[in-house]
Design a protein around this ligand. Structure first.
Ligand SMILES: C[S@@+](CC[C@H](N)C(=O)[O-])C[C@H]1O[C@@H](n2cnc3c(N)ncnc32)[C@H](O)[C@@H]1O
Length: 543
């Protein structure tokens, strides 16, 4: 026993003073960073050191000496093994605080930018919010999730983040595999058939099932359909996705509908959307509406603007903005998603949106060469963020506003520096929790040249001169913003609010906000813009 404990690494007492990007507690041991799984900020823990690296040490909280008031007993039996959730041992409020600081710290440390993040927009429903389940499959059959930091599948009967329909369909697929001795794909050898079980569920409780396989078909297809239909009354379609390559890519190259429809419909922001299996769609619809509302607020559309929606997926951001814009152009690399986007525009009677398939950077360069000068550019890239040339092209198009939606605060921070160097300064940022209980967080940032360069406005006022009744020194962002608005009539940036907060005295800032009335006078999609769009669309063979 003693020998085993020594093999397990030393036990040390540490105090947790923050969180890492994957939700582990962060402590220090002789100046070196220790990532402590299961630690909560402020706690002193006996930490078992599991791995000592050159730049950091990894361990787990074996015993908590003074548990935080935020500590919870995890409510999921798989929590210790599964790689999905990271925050089930703490109250949701603490998780939100951790996520907000992570975004702010990334922007400050990686970006070197002092951009305070507004109050994080947390979820009213942090459980069963996911509308998509992708369960890896392995011999057994085991269908569930990967163990943390491995590709070993844990057989998970139910997940508190997923819909109950997804759990029922997963169990039915497992029964079908067992009954017909269907093999599971083995990543190491490239043999075996079933790779992933995929379920997408909409807000009305309908589900689309897809089986991803290493082959052109599966034995007993009719039995599979039958088994799934019996398990889930809300099932609307069963699809087979084919991926015969020796890789660990989840999605297929080709799809065949075995029963029902090959897509799912969903509603978002009052619009209806068609979703094909390979099309990206945000996994938390309630929080996505909040995210898109914030993006629209940052876009400040008045009816005549041209919006370029890069990395548009099935067109959701652009289409939800289309009624407040003169024209929307979306670019996306997945052909099925672009088809969905076109169909979604049609279905919702939106006539001023166009979508095309291609690399976002390439699309932006071509549109720029065609003379397109969008007023607002929205970018929502995958986790790796924007390539430097995309940042350059977007900035060179000279939009009034750039709305950057990001699912990775680190690459976001890197890209904000690049934009900043090109004259697009981050003005406001909000973190939105699309992924409660996991380490992920979404952020939306507004960047603009903000008329700062051309029209410097000195705003000077002393907080002492203001009506300070009921105003607390630790007031929230929203309270301060409201008070400044009341007192000065100015809608100011979060940077300014931070200055108000910090300095609490005479403030000097550059006012980038253009009076609304000035924007409102803009004609609806001016003819020269219409001509540039038409030219660009012709170039891409879209009209
Ligand atoms: C984070 S998703 C955002 C999608 C959409 N804006 C939304 O909110 O649902 C990123 C999208 O970028 C697409 N994508 C990835 N690389 C791309 C590229 N080089 N050019 C264009 N689109 C790309 C993906 O297929 C995916 O649809």
């Amino acid at each position: 026993m003693k020998k085993k404990q020594q093999e397990r690494g030393p036990l040390v007492t540490l105090t947790i003073d923050g969180y890492s990007s994957d939700g582990a507690g962060v402590a220090r041991l002789d100046g070196q960073v220790v990532f402590v799984t299961g630690g909560i900020r402020g706690e002193t823990c006996k930490v078992r050191l599991d791995k000592i690296g050159r730049s950091a040490i990894w361990g787990h909280a074996e015993q908590v000496t003074d548990p935080s008031s935020q500590r919870l007993t995890p409510d999921c039996p798989y929590y210790q093994q599964c790689g999905g959730c990271r925050f089930r041992h703490m109250a949701y409020a603490e998780e939100l605080a951790a996520k907000r600081s992570r975004v702010e710290e990334n922007i400050r440390r990686i970006g070197g930018l002092d951009l305070p993040v507004e109050e994080i927009l947390g979820a009213a429903q942090p459980e069963r919010y996911r509308n998509k389940a992708q369960f890896p499959v392995s011999t057994g059959p085991k269908i569930g999730f990967y163990r943390a930091r491995s590709h070993q599948v844990i057989d998970v009967a139910d997940c508190l983040l997923q819909s109950e329909a997804a759990a029922r369909l997963r169990t039915a697929a497992k029964a079908w595999m067992a009954a017909h001795q269907i093999t599971a794909y083995d990543e190491r050898t490239g043999t075996g058939l079933v790779r992933h079980v995929y379920v997408r569920t909409n807000r009305q409780g309908e589900s689309l099932f897809c089986l991803l396989v290493n082959g052109k078909g599966v034995p007993q297809e009719a039995a599979l359909v039958d088994c799934l239909r019996r398990a889930e009354p809300g099932l609307v379609g069963v699809v087979l996705g084919v991926n015969e390559k020796k890789n660990n890519v989840i999605l297929g190259d080709r799809y065949r509908t075995l029963w029902g429809q090959g897509f799912l419909m969903d509603t978002l922001c009052g619009l209806s959307f068609r979703l094909s299996v390979p099309s990206f769609y945000q996994i938390n619809p309630d929080q996505t509406e909040i995210l898109y509302r914030k993006a629209a607020e940052y876009a400040e559309l008045t009816g005549g603007e041209t919006v370029l929606d890069l990395y548009c997926g099935i067109g959701t951001i652009g289409l939800t903005m289309a009624r407040q814009a003169g024209a929307v152009i979306g670019a996306e690399v997945v052909p099925e998603a672009v088809e969905d986007a076109k169909e979604n525009a049609k279905r919702n009677g939106i006539l001023n949106a166009r979508f095309f398939c291609g690399d976002a950077g390439e699309a932006a360069r071509r549109l720029a060469a065609e003379g397109l000068r969008p007023d607002v550019i929205c970018v929502d890239p995958p986790r790796k963020g924007l390539a430097p040339d995309v940042v350059e092209t977007v900035a060179a198009m000279g939009p009034k506003r750039i709305v950057y939606v990001s699912c990775d605060p680190a690459t976001l921070a890197r890209d904000l520096v690049r934009f900043d160097a090109l004259g697009y300064h981050p003005q406001q940022a909000t973190a939105v929790d699309l992924f409660p209980r996991t380490a992920h967080v979404e952020t939306v940032v507004l960047l603009s040249k903000g008329e700062i360069d051309s029209k410097k406005v000195r705003v000077e006022f002393s907080l002492e001169d203001m009506d300070m009744s009921g105003f607390q020194k630790d007031a929230t962002y929203g309270q301060i913003k409201e008070r400044v608005l009341q007192q000065t009539g100015l809608k100011v940036s979060s940077l300014y609010i931070a200055q108000v907060k910090q300095k609490y005295g005479i403030i000097e800032r550059e006012n980038y906000n253009k009076p609304k009335s000035e924007n409102a006078r803009q004609p609806k999609c001016p003819p020269e813009k219409e001509a540039a769009i038409t030219e660009a669309l012709k170039f891409f063979g879209m009209i």
